[in-house]
Write a protein that binds this ligand. Structure first.
Ligand code: AMP
Length: 398
């Protein structure tokens, strides 16, 4: 049996965005030290970590030094090059594990693997030419979604086709050597299941979370997801467990589902880390997804996934910052059931996730209404933005 990595030890985190920030906060609360590693400086996670490594993922010397100085490595960003993972693994355990990471890095491999596990996905195929794209769209009933096989998120690199005739033009604009074409799923809703699996194979899951997207970016999440019936809930959680067991995942993994018109869940994609839809677990659940990640990768007992109160989460994108002014937070902060989370990002940009609000209520629908109203109250009231100060130590490796 592997001994647990106890509080006081050092956790290394690859990637340094908001997921890393919230993971770092959870880890520090448990008494761990955190070193984050990414090419960027003064990052959301770096601001709250003990050490921020500002280093490219192909700097093998730095990766070795980083790995030697930590007790375990996890990630908040799955697109770390496989060579970097291999180097780190030589010195420190990498969790969720190489197989989980590599599977999630390529949509085609991921969907092929899910298919081998006997799990339902949208119809898909690899396409390498405009002619293959055109044939695929025709086979999928005259429509489809073309996606990059790697590095796509929030709908980036995706093209929706509504006829075979568009294939040549879209292929040119796509400008990739290969892509994955998916048939369109006529879904009733989208939801996610966040699972956590320990070193000993113990599995737990949060109840499904209902997700609404705007422009392919997650907009609002609600839990509990009343639209998902108990049998569909059980089916989705069982599928999540299958994925994590087959990939031998250690840590948190999110499975995004489409709920089809007949109610049955099919998998859209997996994310081998805490997920945007699970942010509401910080305020609404006994143990949040970030603490679960820390517990799992350190070999500690997993926490309860029970929900304390119905909740909703609304993302705050850079669009509500006007010019150099940030929203007037005081209006939001007077709302007794709203919790504000900001990620310390200096430059608001359209579509950039700057923070989120979580609201609690006795009913999920009420929590959602409050979240939407609270966010709307920010949109027309801005004040001069203040600079973020940080105290974390920065190590620069160039
Ligand atoms: P993704 O980046 O693959 O999660 O896609 C972003 C969003 O695009 C999803 O949350 C869906 O709203 C939509 N989408 C992606 N794939 C499909 C599909 N095969 N059929 C219908 N909608 C899709």
């Amino acid at each position: 049996m592997t001994s647990p990595i106890l509080p006081g030890s050092v956790i290394g985190v690859l990637g340094s965005g908001q997921l890393g920030r919230m993971m770092t906060i959870a880890a520090r609360r448990l008494g761990y030290q955190i070193e984050v590693f990414s090419p960027e400086r003064n990052t959301p996670a770096g601001q709250v970590a003990d050490v921020e490594w500002v280093t490219e993922y192909d700097d093998n010397e730095a990766l070795t030094e980083f790995a030697k100085g930590v007790d375990v490595v996890t990630l908040e960003f799955e697109n770390v090059p496989s060579e970097a993972i291999s180097i780190i693994e030589h010195w420190a355990p990498v969790r969720p594990g190489a197989e989980t990471i590599f599977t999630a890095q390529n949509r085609f491999h991921e969907k092929s693997r899910l298919q081998k596990m006997g799990l339902p996905t949208a119809p898909f195929r690899l396409v390498r030419t405009a002619a293959e794209l055109s044939l695929g769209v025709s086979d999928y009933g005259g429509e489809g979604i073309l996606k990059t096989t790697t590095c796509g998120y929030d709908g980036k690199g995706q093209f929706r086709l509504t006829s075979c005739e568009q294939a040549h033009e879209v292929w040119e604009e796509f400008a990739q050597t290969e892509g994955i074409l998916e048939g369109i799923v006529d879904f009733a809703s989208e939801f996610s299941v966040i699972g956590v699996r320990g070193i000993d194979g113990e599995f737990r899951a949060y109840d499904p979370i209902l997700n609404q997207h705007v422009n392919h970016i997650l907009d609002v999440s609600v839990s509990p997801a009343q639209e998902i019936s108990p049998p569909e809930r059980a089916e989705a959680i069982a599928m999540t467990q299958t994925v994590m067991e087959e990939l031998d995942t250690i840590g948190v993994l999110c499975v995004e589902f489409f709920q089809t018109q007949d109610g049955s869940p099919i998998i859209n994609e997996i994310a081998p880390r805490p997920h945007n839809s699970g942010h509401l677990t910080i305020d609404a659940h006994m143990t949040c997804q970030f603490e679960q990640q820390v517990r799992a990768v350190c070999g500690l007992p997993l926490g309860s996934t029970a929900q304390r109160q119905p909740a909703a989460m609304a993302n705050l994108l850079g669009d509500i910052w006007e010019d150099n002014t940030s929203p007037d937070w005081s209006r939001l902060l007077t709302c007794p059931t709203a919790k504000l989370h900001l990620y310390g990002k200096a430059c608001p940009k359209s579509g950039r996730k700057m923070g989120h609000i979580t609201t609690l209520a006795s009913q999920a629908a009420t929590a959602e209404t409050i979240a939407r109203e609270a966010r709307q109250s920010l949109e027309s009231h801005s004040v001069q933005r203040t600079e973020v100060n940080t105290n974390s130590e920065t190590i620069q490796k160039t």
